[in-house]
Design a protein around this ligand. Structure first.
Ligand code: COA
Length: 379
């Protein structure tokens, strides 16, 4: 017979527990396959755009040309955020963590959306569009505010990827860089029932509003065991410094049983298909900027980890050096994850609203029973 302790250990972290039915995305960890609504991630990364992928995630099919144009126009029309939210952000401490800033400012957007609490599909899709359009504006605005620069107003002729890089850096990105960033957004858009997506579904399952559910998703993504790893990869590369120091650094780190950031995955037991694309981008950007140090270092660590531990890089490993070479500050890597993942979160929120059942599991009680209350002076 399984004891109470053994059975709760078996479900620690709900590993392997199927907690929802979804047609949005699926991960095959043995074969390294990721699909969105039936389409392989490689097919989408090679051919699609972030906007088209969002349509796919929300609607379960690829759009007609007209539908895609309408969605792009809707995003562009919604790029601006209320001045009141920007004013509020200006009062935040300049050293605040960008994920904390994003969590609070996304939540505040809800005050200014009169229909923000509706959960019928038509209105909830409109809310999802507004949030998806505005999240990048908030992330970029915080970068400008904290570094004492003027906020760059969104350019309504640009795609989400182009506009984000423009608002963040103050100048238009070159086409190849904007395309790499667009693909990075596609790659991060959904990943089945990861911790932040599960959080958004639990919140939506109470019929709370989309703003509340996304705010919860951001809070979950911020944790170092979830979205925070990409920043830590770049910190690690900087700590090591150069290729010749890798062998001794890695031997020492493994001896001390340290986790090598960006390596290993809870589901993938082979190459994470998203890493395949990000590796290419890290190299291409390194060549373009004349700084291949980070790519070369990453490749060497990847090779050693495969030889020594049989482990592969995950999505965070090469996105770190790619974003770094796009001049994005380290602590903005996780907010950028949210700029993309909001599409998957809102897809799951819409799916949850569409066939809702309050998510309310049970806990296995492993405490005492039948204790009798003792007055405080007798304890
Ligand atoms: N570097 C070195 N060793 C690692 C490792 C890593 N990145 N990831 C796992 N291991 C080792 C563990 O130390 C453990 O070894 P042991 O059996 O000798 O104790 C074994 O592999 C299993 O580790 P565990 O953490 O149980 O595996 P998991 O599959 O549950 O973990 C991660 C998956 C992602 C949490 C883990 O690989 C990790 O922490 N990676 C680094 C952080 C990261 O990149 N996170 C982003 C994920 S997308």
């Amino acid at each position: 017979m399984t004891t109470a302790k053994e059975s709760s250990a078996a479900t620690a972290g709900l590993r392997g527990v199927v907690a929802a039915q979804s047609s949005i995305g699926d991960v095959n960890g043995e074969q390294g396959i990721l699909i969105y609504q039936g389409y392989d991630i490689h097919d989408l990364a090679g051919n699609s755009t972030f906007e088209e992928t969002i349509f796919l995630l929300w609607n379960g099919r690829l759009p007609q040309r007209r539908e895609l144009e309408d969605l792009k126009k809707e995003f562009q029309a919604n790029y601006d955020v209320p001045d009141e939210v920007l004013e509020m952000m200006r009062t935040f401490p300049k050293d605040a963590n960008p994920m904390d800033v994003l969590r609070t400012s996304i939540s505040a957007l809800g005050f200014y959306d009169k229909e923000g609490h509706a959960t019928d599909r038509e209105t909830a899709v409109r809310t999802a569009s507004k949030l998806t359009a505005q999240i990048g504006t908030l992330v970029a605005a915080w970068e400008r505010i904290r570094s004492g620069k003027d906020i760059v107003a969104p350019d309504k002729n640009l795609s989400i990827a182009e506009n984000f890089l423009y608002m963040m850096r103050g100048e238009r990105a070159e086409a190849d860089e904007a395309r790499m960033f667009d693909v990075a957004l596609i790659l991060h858009a959904d990943h089945e029932l990861n911790a932040s997506t599960f959080t958004t579904r639990v919140i939506a399952g109470t019929l709370a509003d989309v703003y509340g559910a996304v705010t919860g998703g951001i809070a979950a993504l911020a944790g170092p065991l979830h979205g925070g790893a990409n920043t830590n990869v770049m910190k690690m590369l900087k700590e090591i410094g150069s290729e010749d120091k890798i062998d001794s650094w890695l031997d020492k780190a493994l001896e001390e049983k340290r986790k090598i950031m960006g390596i290993g995955h809870a589901v993938y037991k082979t190459e994470d298909p998203r890493a395949t694309w990000l590796r290419k981008f890290s190299r291409a950007l390194g060549e373009k900027k004349g700084d291949l140090n980070w790519f070369n270092m990453s490749q060497k660590i990847e090779k050693s980890m495969l030889e020594k531990k049989g482990m592969y890089p995950n999505v965070d490993f090469y996105s770190a050096s790619a974003y770094y070479l796009m001049d994005i500050p380290l602590d903005q890597f996780t907010p950028i994850f949210a700029v993309s993942r909001i599409s998957g979160w809102t897809g799951h929120i819409l799916e949850q609203y569409g066939n809702n059942k309050l998510i309310r599991p049970r806990a296995e009680y492993i405490g005492e029973r039948d204790l009798k209350y003792t007055p405080i002076e007798e304890r």
